[in-house]
Design a protein around this ligand. Sequence first.
Ligand code: HEC
Ligand code: HEC
Length: 479
Amino acid sequence: MKVRATGRTVDGRGAAPAAARKFARPAIALTLAAAALLLPFTVATQVLRSAPKPIKPDEVYMQPVPGLTHQQLQKFKAGEKQFRAPWVVFPLLGGEWGLGPTFLASSCVGCHVQGGRGRTSDTPGTIVFEQLLRLSVPGEGPDGGPMPHPTYGDQLQVFGVNVGLKENLKPGEAELYIDWIAHSVTLGDGTVVELRKPAVRIEKPNFGPIDEKVMTSLRNTQVVFGMGYLEAVSEQDILKLAELQKSQGLNGRPNYVRDDINQRTTLGRFGWKANQPSIRQQIVAAFHGDMGVTSSLYIEENCPPVQAACRAMPPGNRPELLDYAWDDLTFWSVALDAPPPRNQDSPVVKRGEQLFEAAKCAQCHVPELKTGSFPLLPQLSDKRFRAYTDLLLHDMGEGLADGRPDFKAGPRDWRTAPLWGIGVSKQVNGSVNLLHDGRARSVAEAILWHGGEAQRSRDAFAAMSREERDALVEFVNSL
Ligand code: HEC
Ligand code: HEC
């Protein structure tokens, strides 16, 4: 029996659907005549039941890992509901109570459209959404993280609910715009490529000027699939990779960040600078920071001291996110599979893979990792998977620097972005925006921004013939 190959595990095997198992049993009780009568029906049903349900092109990032039990599948569905759920301000109808008082979006899916990455605001004069602006001032916060801005906190909230209890998009903390600054680079064969870099513009600050000293970091929305695999890699394996890279002349390092759940410092895995230690924490940090929703971990509303109206707003609940919903969303996040690779047998893709190796991309974008024991979803334990990351931070040079440290991540450091599923990003939600701030509009542009530890890979790419560059890009887009 053929099982639909949706899994990313190299040794992944899905369980045969119950319906298929049922039809494998001999139907002894039937008389010959009845059997003959029923035959066409049975065959037709069997074909219908065992044919894989086609996955819509925009839903390839929203599939569960294969082999979930019935009960796990129920939890997965409940978690997906939380991911899609709209939040509103108390006592409006039409969503969960607890949005704001300041916020960026009213649901997870509002930024992570169909589980995918964000799109940049390319029309001049449009307020940025699906991206966020981290803020801090020089110095270290109490837990070793960035020092929040005294009046605007650690993230700019562009929307706010108004006190008249009528949901309103104004006033937020300020308006955020991006101006794109273009420049051209010439490749070895004379091809000219235009690159662009964002300049952030904050306007109409509502709580006083945002001074010169403030450090900002524009972050594009990341994909959310495959998180379980990334979380299940053992810390020891990540440290071994860092060790191995030293002998290759690289300097991959883990971030060490605040684990608020276990009240300790621990290895960071999630976010562009690996500043979140676990999916569980990532979720409530997003609720708090992006939607203004409190939880049993972050009980206080996200209102810096000077924002009096924000502080005076009645909460939607105490806390606004209930623990069962947090649990469901955590389960959904770790059980969300990556889309399967495509066109792996194409000669061009195979050639591209060789070039990927030759240009030493694979030293950071490590093709295969393995998971350790993972009690949260035992099906993911001891599996090999191909995400093309090392979960380590690398100095990526001045061109990509945001100038803003984040725990142990320096101003030029970024976590190696996983490359799986990148080629279907456009069909998922139209986004072709890559890199931490979405500046790259194609895989080729993303590579050409690589500097620092990745300079030699970038230069190898820039020196290739057009045919070689195309093959390398096609390989990346097949992952
Ligand atoms: C305002 C838009 C926005 C909203 C709303 C939002 N996110 Fe995100 N999400 C982001 C951005 C931007 C990042 C990268 C953050 C960073 O690196 O600083 C991110 C990162 C993540 C990651 C880490 C991905 C990785 O590869 O490490 C997960 C998981 C995630 N978000 C889940 C959620 C969930 C669940 C919700 C709802 C509770 C949510 N997000 C709401 C924008 C958003
Ligand atoms: C020294 C480590 C390193 C090497 C070598 C390297 N990369 Fe990267 N790559 C990164 C990091 C770190 C990022 C994230 C940078 C950012 O967001 O600013 C990244 C991002 C990317 C992205 C964008 C992914 C996304 O979702 O936004 C692509 C595509 C990519 N790399 C491809 C390649 C290719 C192809 C090569 C070889 C030519 C290569 N990289 C070599 C570390 C590396």
